[in-house]
Design a binder for this molecule. Structure first.
Ligand code: ADP
Ligand code: MG
Length: 395
């Protein structure tokens, strides 16, 4: 595969560098409540500032209507938090590619930082409109893409601008792509993949791809019930996708043919309804009552999954083992998260929005080798798709 051009290949001194970041951070009452995404972009921004570049940052945030400025979606709170993190002023343009942005970009001196307003105030961003990409490119001499989380979408600020300016991957983009492709291309073995979450249908591409790569595939979460149904078990009122039972059965066969050890739960935590205070029952997978739903994997399953995880040299985990948002059904996800954290000999890679939230909730984030910042983007990459935002940076 063609190599990724990275920020290390760019001499940024005094240049105007347009940087696509993912500053889609939660804001409450005008204050950023979780600055993880801002921090993730700091190595790239600081590197450019060290080189005395003129740094022009751009991002989307939330889902504005795409009809111009909306105060609720302004990047003003982001600019304020970023000033604190960088320890220097961050100017905010009051438009995206209008007179204010153009003027401020022109006046920018080496070592100064400008943040454009929310890209999605302009309807042309998501349409990947070439006129918008051209207006963005007009602001700068070079382009750096550090927004891995948006790399699976071809938008004007990603693939559009990358065609018009010399384009490079930032450090976050580079690390995401190298870690995830490295895991797929040359994993240290045994490679244990742990998949959970809600539906088989959401993850079918990921399961398919991992079946070709891993030695052990552990399945939990809502999706396990479609697999159990494929084995002819009754799963009560658990989440089950009838249209996917056949496909799940084929995957069980494929795992057998490929010699992949596919692990399914042996026991589950059932509930009489989907609620934190539901009546619960732990039972074997052959004894799920017809009027109850499985909302977590059971304790014997946790032990088996932890044992398998402890053998691994590479672990990829996506998708919680149960409804971890409710304490009564969080134990399976917590146990698996702990088992992954405790395996210090392995490269441990976590992907997916809710799995990452779970790891954070249990305070285990800093014990993992790598936590992907891109939910959808990391899933598509694991599925083996070439992401348009990444392809645009290869040569
Ligand atoms: P990720 O964001 O990590 O890729 P998903 O979005 O696929 O994960 O799935 C996460 C959701 O799956 C969580 O909201 C969780 O409550 C739900 N879930 C997990 N196990 C079950 C289950 N047994 N029944 C219903 N929902 C489940
Ligand atoms: Mg999710």
């Amino acid at each position: 595969m063609a190599t990724l051009r990275t920020i290390d290949d760019l001499d940024a001194c005094a240049k105007r560098v347009l940087v696509r970041v993912d500053f889609n951070a939660p804001v409450e009452n005008g204050v950023v409540t979780d600055d993880t995404r801002l921090r993730a972009a700091l190595p790239t921004i600081n590197h450019l500032l060290d080189q005395d570049a003129r740094v022009i940052l751009m991002s989307h945030r939330g889902r504005p209507a795409g009809k111009g400025y909306e105060e609720d979606f302004s990047l003003a709170p982001i600019a304020r938090r970023l000033e604190e993190l960088l320890g220097r002023p961050v100017q905010l343009a009051h438009d995206v590619t209008g007179l204010d942005a153009g003027g401020k970009a022109d006046d920018l001196k080496p070592g100064e930082v400008l943040l454009l307003e929310n890209l999605r105030f302009d309807p042309r961003e998501k349409k990947n409109d070439p006129t918008f990409a051209a207006e963005l490119a007009e602001l700068a001499d070079a382009y750096v893409d550090d927004a891995f989380g948006t790399a699976h979408r071809a938008h004007a600020s990603t693939t559009g601008v990358a065609k018009l300016l010399p384009a490079y991957a930032g450090y976050l983009m580079k690390r995401e792509v190298e870690t995830l492709t490295g895991m797929l291309d040359a994993p240290e073995r045994p490679f244990v993949a742990i998949l959970g979450g809600s539906k088989v249908s959401d993850k079918i591409g990921v399961i398919d791809a991992l079946l070709d790569k891993c030695d052990t595939l552990i399945i939990g979460g809502g999706m396990c019930f479609t697999f159990l149904a494929a084995q002819g078990k009754g799963v009560g009122t658990s989440l089950k996708e009838d249209d996917w039972i056949e496909r799940a059965a084929q995957m069980l066969d494929r795992a057998r043919e490929k010699g992949v050890d596919l692990l399914l739960p042996v026991d589950v935590v059932c509930a009489d309804r989907f609620a934190p205070d539901a009546k619960t029952l732990v039972c074997g997978v052959d004894d799920i009552p017809s009027d109850m739903m499985g909302l977590d994997v059971g304790p014997r399953t946790c032990e088996r999954y932890a044992e398998a995880t402890a053998q691994a040299k590479t672990v990829f985990w996506n998708g919680p083992m149960g409804v971890f948002e409710m304490d009564a059904f969080a134990a399976g996800t917590r146990k698996v998260a702990e088992a992954v954290a405790e395996n210090e000999q392995a490269n441990t890679i976590i992907g997916g929005g809710d799995s990452v939230a779970a790891v954070n909730k249990f305070g285990l984030a800093d014990r993992m080798t790598f936590i992907s910042t891109g939910g959808g983007a990391s899933m598509e990459l694991v599925e083996g798709k070439e992401l348009p935002g990444v392809a645009a940076l290869r040569s």
